[in-house]
Unconditional design. Sequence first.
Length: 487
Amino acid sequence: MKTLLRYLNPIRHLGDKHYSFMFPLLATAGAAVLLEMYAYFIAKNPEIVGLAAIIGSIVLVIYFAFREGVRGGVVTTITVVGYYLYIIYTRHYRGSQLVSGLETTALLGGVYMLMAWIIGWLKQTIDTLIEREADQRKRLETIIQQLPVGVMITDSQGTVVQVNKKIDTMLGMKFPIGVSVHGDPLVKTQVNGKPIGRSKGPLAKVLATGKPSTQEVAIERKDGGHAYLHISASGIHNRAGKLIAAASIISDVTHQKEMEKRKDDFVNMASHELKTPITSMKLYTELLMRRITQYGDGKAVKILDNISDQMERLQKLVNDLLDVSRLQTGKLSFSKEEFRLDLLVKEIVDVLQGATPNQSLVYRKHTPIIVYADKFRIYQVITNLITNAAKYSPNGQKILVDVYKQQSKAVVSIQDFGIGIAKNQQKKIFERLYQVTDDKEKTFPGFGMGLYISKEIVTRHNGSIWVTSEKGKGSIFYFSLPIGGKR
Ligand code: ADP
């Protein structure tokens, strides 16, 4: 019964472009036969079929035009007209009755035909639209399934409505469709291991704000392994700008993360291994220098002096490499103490002035300020900024150093009048291994680690570091630290 009703329901056939010819023909003819049998055998009055035939015909034309399109409507109309002619013939219409019978048949036939065309055409247009939409959905579905990244789509309430196979591979389990994104099994912890609070995943953020959101998260796979995922989520808005859904693109970055870790481990190990022989070589060189000085061999002393300089550069490079790797692996620790920042700066300026007699270092402001910080690391930051100022002032221009208070911060500024830095590079120079790469700059040795290390040290002391500069005119590097002793 249910199947029969489903078969007869015309709505169920929307989108189905297989239009039947036989069904309307047989059904209409069958209806006519039934009506004839009723008239002859039950009502015993062949004349009573008129009204029933007209109402029945209208219903059948509408039904079949809506179910089977133009063709169904036209077949029904022709069958109905045939039946009307059959009535005229079998009831022996004569004279004016025959004329009016034929006129009525022609008129009704015309009206039915028009109805069949209009309704049938509407039905076929709807079918085409539905089919087009289904094709588009199929195409999109195939693309989504074939993408090399994971795709997850939720409705505006945060219920997951679609995921592709790649997500299952990433999770190591079948993703449960229909769960809420607030209980998103994808988001467990941030990459640093801290748990992500409920509703803090990128998809949940997009649903709350409508703005795109990206995040790297660590997840535990069903098989017990770990995976790192990069999730980039954005909202899908309708024409009126209302958020109707959200989509996440998810890439598995576990391999990259592991490679990065392996590389960091390697750099760490290599720098450790290099450190010991360099230190011994430096000691032996100094020993040798002392002995050779006794013999007064000026040339040999000069050579050893050069070797010693190169050793120092090598030592700095290895130390920087070690620091970068410690920063990457979160192993850089600070031992903080109270000290006078202005005095530390003065000490460094004096040492560096001694080492670069051609450059004039001017220590201008001496505001006494106490800070609570890792003295050795702050020493490293100041040295790096001053040596950079000297390095990038190729004509030996003077360098101005100031220490002063600004609100609750201690600020150190180092100004040079050297080559300067273009506006678009000023943020990037604090990134790891970033160096300005125009042809002129290539002549300066370095690895782009100093400013990155300095920035990390300063920010981990709750301070900040920044630069103002103009290409060709020079730069001022600033860094600030919170004022005050141990808290
Ligand atoms: P490097 O070892 O290359 O000097 P840094 O991290 O210390 O590495 O600096 C990064 C880049 O910033 C340098 O390559 C240089 O182009 C630019 N830079 C740093 N300090 C200055 C400065 N005082 N004047 C001009 N450019 C600078």
